[in-house]
Design a protein around this ligand. Structure first.
Ligand code: GLN
Length: 492
């Protein structure tokens, strides 16, 4: 069942939150030994929540269409009743004293927290191999990466261990794992979803969003956690884009679609490009007007991102100082605070996190600031202008979500540059703050693995990405005679 169907079944009394949640917990117990999507599951706490939702419903309360539907949270969202580690040793065992806004709003909507999902440490990575707690496997092929950094969330939904999951997208961490696991993943407009209670990576880019098996499911959760949050100073105080209505509308008649020239061609897997081209032809056959659009500054997006994101992280991660949270190493009464801090950070952070802190500290240091951080910020402005110019002529932009399908575990761990290339297509939308969504558009011929179509829209026009995605989803489902599911490939 989709999350929408499950929510309806709970509403009609056909099932209960407790029964639905129990079924998902059973599935987790059955397959997560192989997938390793979850860092934390607590059956009793979760079932207690489910019973509380059933009691709310019995008392006549109407929390909305997702009441009684379970959700898995990326372990970067704080949860008052479960540990939160950002997959780092430095936060091992930390129990937050409060819920993130996203967590709290979804509880308010009657969703039950199934557990916390694995991720790249502090959301830095594209494969979930940078977790301090082991790799997560792609349910389509257990020898491959589930994408990252929200790879625990993508694997959980693809393996039917959760109907919906949350993710965060700083450079592509919702869209890329969604694409390689055959899911829908949306990065809302920056500021459209609250960062309050989300462990910070790069604050000017971090954006929470939904991961789902259908476009409508993603839209239902998107609306449930969106809306202005006075606790986040960059939260947008504007009406929530009508994404549910757009997901139901699902038509592209007369819509102007721009194919980004710079995101494709050499270096892209042929099977990815083939499915992408077909998706564009499909949109045309459904009545969209397709043109090619050039966004020349996108070529510099990756380089700019890998200065801006590490710079911000070097500042954000200074708070992990052995005094405030989690791990403390070497505090035996003989060492100074500085020594304890240094020993804790040396042991608590993994290699990729250290690489980023060093890179960011360097880029921000006096003498280099203008050359590196300053230039990167200028590139960011140029990228924003490319989007603005493009959106004068088209309603949405499209590209493949990722240059390749899911790669084998271990293939890129020794080569950070190769790993960074996984986000080539997703990063421009983060730098500009615009909404973007990935929807499955078939399987690549070479390896039978999912390919994602990325749809980008102007700020606060998130609904357009849902409208196009829903049209593609509906047409492809009809053509195939059913949804695209990992189930058939996932032998347990
Ligand atoms: N893979 C990118 C990185 O490593 C993006 C991560 C993200 O979006 N959180 O920074």
């Amino acid at each position: 069942m989709s999350a929408a169907e499950l929510g309806a079944a709970v509403r009609s009394g056909q099932t209960s939150a407790e029964e639905a949640t129990g079924a998902y917990l059973d599935r987790i117990a059955e397959v997560d030994g192989q997938v390793n999507a979850f860092l934390h599951v607590d059956r009793e706490t979760t079932l207690e929540q489910a019973r509380a939702v059933d009691a709310r419903l019995a008392a006549g309360e109407d929390p909305g269409p997702l009441a009684g539907v379970p959700v898995a949270h990326k372990d970067v969202f704080t949860t008052a009743d479960m540990p939160t580690t950002a997959a780092s040793r430095i936060l091992e065992g930390w129990r937050p004293p409060y819920d993130a806004t996203v967590t709290a709003r979804l509880r308010g909507a009657g969703m039950v927290v199934l557990g916390k999902t694995n991720m790249d440490e502090f959301a830095m990575g594209s494969s979930t191999e940078n977790s301090a707690y082991g790799v997560t496997r792609n349910p389509w092929d257990l020898g491959r990466i589930p994408g990252g950094s929200s790879g625990g969330s993508s694997a959980a939904v693809a393996a039917f261990e959760a109907p919906l999951a949350t993710g965060t997208d700083t450079g592509g961490s919702i869209r890329q794992p969604a694409a390689v696991c055959g899911l829908v993943g949306a990065k809302p407009t920056y500021g459209g979803s609250s960062r309050y209670g989300v462990i910070a990576f790069a604050s000017s880019l971090d954006t929470p969003g939904p991961m789902a098996r259908t476009v409508l499911d993603a839209a239902l959760m998107h609306e449930a956690f969106s809306g202005h949050d006075p606790r986040d100073s960059t939260s947008v105080d504007a009406p929530v884009p009508p994404v549910i209505e757009a997901a139901r509308r699902a038509d592209v008649e007369g819509l102007r679609v721009g194919v980004v020239k710079e995101l494709g061609g050499e270096g892209y897997q042929p099977g990815v490009l083939r499915r992408f081209t077909e998706a564009v032809e499909l949109l045309e056959s459904l009545g969209a007007k397709v043109v090619e659009v050039s966004c020349p500054s996108f070529d510099a997006a990756l380089a700019a991102y890998y200065l801006i994101a590490p710079s911000e992280c070097s500042s954000n991660l200074a708070r992990f100082d052995a005094m405030r949270y989690g791990l403390r190493v070497g505090d035996d009464g003989t060492r100074s605070a500085e020594e304890v801090m240094s020993l804790t950070r040396a042991e608590g952070f993994g290699p990729e996190v250290k690489r980023r802190i060093i890179l960011g500290t360097y880029a921000l240091s006096s003498g280099y600031y203008d050359a590196y951080y300053g230039s990167a910020q200028q590139v960011r402005t140029l990228i924003k202008r490319d989007f603005d110019a493009a959106f004068e002529n088209v309603d949405v932009l499209v590209s493949p979500t990722t240059p390749t399908t899911a790669f084998p575990l271990g293939e890129r761990t020794g080569d950070p540059m190769a790993m960074y290339l996984a986000d080539l297509c997703t990063i421009p939308a983060n730098l500009a703050g615009t909404p973007a969504l990935s929807v499955p558009c078939g399987l690549a011929d070479e390896d039978n693995l999912p390919v994602g179509l990325q749809i980008m829209a102007p700020a606060l026009a998130d609904d357009r990405t849902y409208r196009v995605a829903a049209a593609v989803e509906a047409a492809l489902t009809d053509r195939r005679g059913g949804p695209l599911l990992a189930g058939s490939a996932f032998a347990v």
